[in-house]
Write a protein that binds this ligand. Structure first.
Ligand SMILES: Nc1ncnc2c1ncn2[C@@H]1O[C@H](COP(=O)(O)OP(=O)(O)O)[C@@H](O)[C@H]1O
Ligand SMILES: [Mg+2]
Length: 259
């Protein structure tokens, strides 16, 4: 693939720390739609359905026209309809793994939807999924950050500044559509399985065929102070991951069911 992987285009910087090849809004939009269509094919276009299990920016390759292909099928699994999918060998990449899969090995098509949502957020925000660089024990996690900002009505602080800056031609970027893509990313990367759309519904939302529902509440994010001990040196696992205060039926679906 002549243009390598998505991560290099999103995050590769030169010696001055300046982005080498910032993607335009039309490029980002097409990449997100291409990946959604690729996943829709894996989940609904073949039987039995295929779960990719390792959707992330380095596994999305770009062709000469900057159109995206989902690559690296090293972890794929075929669904076994009618059976629950509990696996003891969880595989994937930190930050992109759906919580219920990372913790309980519960694999459904919604695990790929979660990873897709994370990729959408990376593309729309221009930030990596995880960042430990602040030196604080509170790692930056894009899903928690984007969700809490948007819930606080601060959409502008979340969108990549390259997309929203006003002084050049980029100002023609349609803000309403960019916000819609951002919201779909947040919804897809929701911690609760039942609240994530299928990839087909996510695609319809991206294309504007169906409305994006209001972003549901979620357990308090990882960075919340109450989850740190008094000394501030250690932290307990996010309730988003540990299931505290979560209705069990939302976090874990007992049986695989297409809906
Ligand atoms: N067909 C290809 N064209 C361009 N780059 C590729 C191609 N296949 C792999 N790469 C590059 O190699 C990296 C790793 O490839 P991948 O197939 O994901 O293997 P791995 O199992 O090591 O993750 C990709 O992120 C991409 O940068
Ligand atoms: Mg790879």
């Amino acid at each position: 693939m002549p243009n390598g992987n998505l991560e290099d285009h999103l995050f590769a910087v030169n010696q001055d720390g300046i982005l080498k090849q910032p993607l335009t809004w039309p490029q980002r939009k097409n990449i997100i739609l291409d990946v959604a269509k690729g996943l829709a094919y894996l989940h609904y276009g073949v039987k039995p359905a295929i779960y990719h299990r390792d959707i992330k920016a380095t596994n999305i390759l770009l062709d000469e026209g900057m159109r995206a292909r989902v690559a690296d099928f090293g972890l794929v699994k075929q669904s076994r309809e009618g059976q629950s999918h509990l696996t003891t060998r969880v595989a994937g990449t930190h930050g992109y793994l759906a919580p219920e899969y990372a913790l309980y090995g519960q694999l459904t098509e919604k695990s790929d939807v979660y990873s897709f949502g994370v990729v959408v957020l990376e593309i729309m925000c221009g930030r990596k999924v995880l960042d430990f660089s602040s030196g604080s024990p509170r790692a930056f996690l894009i899903t928690d950050w984007a969700w809490s900002k948007v819930k606080a009505g601060k959409v502008n602080e979340v969108l990549d500044t390259i997309l929203v800056k006003t002084e050049d031609s980029v100002s023609a970027n349609p803000r309403a559509i960019m916000v819609r893509f951002l919201l779909v990313g947040i919804l897809c990367a929701h911690v609760m399985v039942a609240l994530r759309p299928t990839i087909l519904d996510a695609l319809k939302m991206l294309e504007g065929d169906i409305e994006v529902p209001e972003i549901p509440d979620r357990p308090a994010p990882l960075g919340q102070p109450s989850f740190y001990n008094a000394s501030g040196n250690t932290f307990s696992i996010s309730p988003a991951l540990s299931c505290l205060r979560l209705p069990a039926g939302d976090m874990l679906r007992k049986k695989y069911a297409k809906n």
